[in-house]
Design a protein around this ligand. Structure first.
Ligand code: GRG
Length: 266
């Protein structure tokens, strides 16, 4: 827990640092900073750092990559809240980005967060231990998992009321968690286990979405009702087993999985 707390503080500092360097019209910069600098769980970057920590990767580089993925997550929330999507007025107990800054600024802030993510990732000076090849690989993974056949694709299936909730969730939510795990592996120079890491990331995303749906009583809950609790428990147990196989019994990844799981018990 001590480690998680320390990493979370560093992720927040890293985000503040990156966003503090960004230049542009004042109104746009304010809208860009609004979500990423709010209090979030930072669960995605924490997984990247926890994976790197368990595999002997450089923590500072993992924090940089994780923070970049956290920016993608925040851009997706800005766009997800827009009137043309979920049309939400409140997020994290505060007015949503478009309510505070207007729709056009929120749309453009989301665009700029997305492009800034790749500016950060493509700057070799932001990394201590990664080769250009590894940086390129990370950029490719993050782009692919957040794009048309990943998070954005999942969002499209969702708004089209596509019926396969597993496919929607694996793409909309799981793909970014897959990126977190794969990138933790790349930072740690463990090419041989990237497929295994991707699988764990997918199932962590699925667990996250199932728990969220259980609490909101929608999505998977609409399909399964209270039986969803058993599915969540089963998936959590499978995940713990898979994770222990690769990382052993003492690591922060297990703690983060249980943090997601425990939300169903209030
Ligand atoms: C609009 C391009 C585009 C994509 C949207 C929003 C989205 C894709 C995916 C979110 C999927 C998701 C995780 C849904 C569950 C809703 C939810 C709880 C989102 C917030 O994620 P947290 O809990 O947020 O990690 P914090 O506030 O901790 O950052």
């Amino acid at each position: 827990m001590k480690k998680i707390h320390f990493w979370k503080e560093h992720i927040e500092e890293k985000l503040q640092g990156f966003l503090g360097e960004l230049k542009g019209p004042k109104s746009l910069i304010e809208a860009i900073k609004y979500y990423p600098l709010q209090k979030g769980k930072r669960i995605r970057p924490l997984f990247t750092v926890a994976v790197a920590d368990s595999l002997g990767g450089d923590i500072e580089d993992a924090i940089t990559v994780g923070s970049a993925i956290e920016l993608i997550h925040n851009y997706s929330l800005v766009h997800d809240d827009l009137p043309c999507m979920d049309n939400d007025d409140i997020r994290r107990g505060l007015p949503t980005c478009h309510i505070k800054f207007g729709e056009a600024h929120a749309l453009l802030a989301g665009d700029a967060i997305l492009t800034y993510t790749f500016e950060i990732l493509s700057n070799k000076k932001n990394f201590k231990t990664l080769t250009e090849g590894e940086i390129l690989e990370i950029i490719k993974v993050v782009a692919k998992k957040s794009g048309a056949n990943g998070m954005v694709g999942g969002q499209v299936l969702d708004i089209e009321s596509y019926t396969d909730i597993y496919e929607i969730s694996i793409k909309k939510t799981g793909a970014l968690f897959e990126a977190c795990f794969i990138c933790g592996g790349i930072v740690s120079k463990k090419q041989g286990i990237l497929k295994d890491l991707e699988k764990i990331g997918k199932n962590v995303g699925l667990l996250f979405q199932m728990v969220d749906d259980y609490l909101d009583k929608d999505g998977f809950y609409s399909l399964k009702g209270e039986a969803l609790r058993d599915d969540i428990k089963r998936l959590r147990n499978e995940l713990i087993e898979e994770t222990e196989k690769i990382f052993g019994k003492r690591n922060e990844i297990l703690f983060l999985i249980n943090l997601i799981y425990k939300r169903i018990n209030g």
